[in-house]
Design a protein around this ligand. Structure first.
Ligand SMILES: Cc1cc2nc3c(=O)[nH]c(=O)nc-3n(C[C@H](O)[C@H](O)[C@H](O)COP(=O)(O)OP(=O)(O)OC[C@H]3O[C@@H](n4cnc5c(N)ncnc54)[C@H](O)[C@@H]3O)c2cc1C
Length: 327
């Protein structure tokens, strides 16, 4: 089915930065639509239930709409409510649960094919984030139902034998939260210590739990194999087999770089796969295609986040308006 409208901008991704782009487009009267494959701010929805942001609320604000929170650091539910209220009070044009499959240039316009229809656009903003493709362990048994790469609620793991994999914020939050719900927690950490990137107010907690033996941690270790009732761990002292109910592999996530390549966006030929972007306008090597948000960092998903990529929205819309004026 063809959507008849020719949009000034089709925004792919309804995360905080996609919403910020729509607010800017609306401010200057550009005709836009946001296409989101999941729920509103789907990545944030999939974050751990009790997660607390490391930013203060004003640093997560978009479109100049105040984010009021009583907490020094807002919680996930507060952020979900904030972005929902921004979307509804801004009257944003969003299609949820509609995934973009391809973007092709045809007769000077972009044809955007989704799971439901085809859109036509003069410009494209890709703000697809990084939370959809987990890094796999690539070990036997990873496909078992007991292995999870996304984590929600600690109660689910109460009184269970849990292995966590990873040493950064998500793994630490999972280990501490499930332990506090009565899980028997064993951490498997590839390096020789807990990551320095762990939130400063959380680090002493996990260090003390490990030191006192409440949480068992294997450093310089990796998961070798996962079976229904047990897990093999490669440790410096040899393979250790432990009884196990759940493996929570908080091993990080990667952006969908294939999607960018398929659109024709050039990526750096190193491990970062940094997309070719004009840092002033956020336009890529494909004229009319812009990148916004965390995706702009390529595989380095720690370089950009909400705080420092909100500005992309203004740069992009300013450039599109200038181009239109030049026509
Ligand atoms: C646990 C955790 C804590 C964090 N804390 C902070 C913090 O305190 N401060 C901060 O600034 N940042 C923080 N971040 C980072 C921040 O959440 C991300 O940088 C932010 O989500 C980036 O926004 P985005 O709009 O670029 O991407 P996302 O929020 O990931 O949004 C991208 C959207 O695109 C959609 N999408 C993807 N592909 C398609 C497609 N083909 N078709 C349609 N839709 C598609 C996705 O479903 C998603 O909703 C945190 C991240 C995590 C994981």
């Amino acid at each position: 089915m063809e959507n008849e409208t020719v949009y000034d901008i089709v925004i792919i991704g309804g995360g905080p930065i996609g919403l910020a782009c729509a607010l800017e487009a609306k401010k200057v009267g550009l005709n836009y639509v946001i296409l989101e494959k999941g729920a509103l701010v789907n990545s944030l929805y999939n974050y751990p239930q009790n997660m607390t942001f490391f930013s203060t609320s004003e640093r997560l604000e978009i479109g100049g709409v105040p984010f009021v929170s009583n907490n020094p650091k807002p919680t996930r539910p507060e952020a979900l409510e904030y972005y929902r209220r921004v979307a509804i009070s801004g009257g944003l044009n969003i299609h949820l649960f509609e995934e973009v499959l391809t973007v092709e240039k045809k007769n000077g316009r972009f044809a955007v094919t989704t799971t439901k229809q085809i859109f036509t656009a003069k410009n494209i903003i890709i703000a697809t984030g990084f939370y959809d493709i987990p890094y796999l362990l690539n070990v036997p048994g990873e496909n078992l139902a007991k292995v999870k790469h996304y984590y929600k609620d600690p109660h689910y793991y109460a009184f269970q034998k849990v292995v966590t994999v990873g040493a950064a914020n998500s793994a630490i939050d999972v280990a501490l939260e499930t332990w506090r719900k009565g899980a028997e927690v064993t951490m498997v950490v590839k390096g020789d210590k807990i990551s320095d990137r762990v939130k400063y107010w959380v680090k002493p907690d996990i260090d003390n739990r490990i030191a006192e033996g409440s949480i068992k941690a294997y450093f310089n270790s990796t998961v070798a194999e996962i079976r229904e009732k047990e897990v093999d761990i490669n440790t410096p002292e040899g393979v250790v087999t432990i009884e196990n109910d759940w493996v929570l592999a908080m091993t990080g996530y990667q952006p969908n770089m294939k999607f960018l390549r398929d659109v024709g966006i050039a990526l750096s030929d190193d491990a970062v796969l940094c997309p070719a972007i004009n840092e002033e306008t956020q336009e890529t090597n494909v004229p009319g295609v812009y990148l916004a948000g965390v995706i702009c960092g390529g595989m380095n998903t720690h370089r950009l986040f909400i705080e420092n990529s909100r500005v992309h929205a203004e740069s992009i819309v300013k450039n599109i308006v200038e181009k239109n004026r030049g026509k």
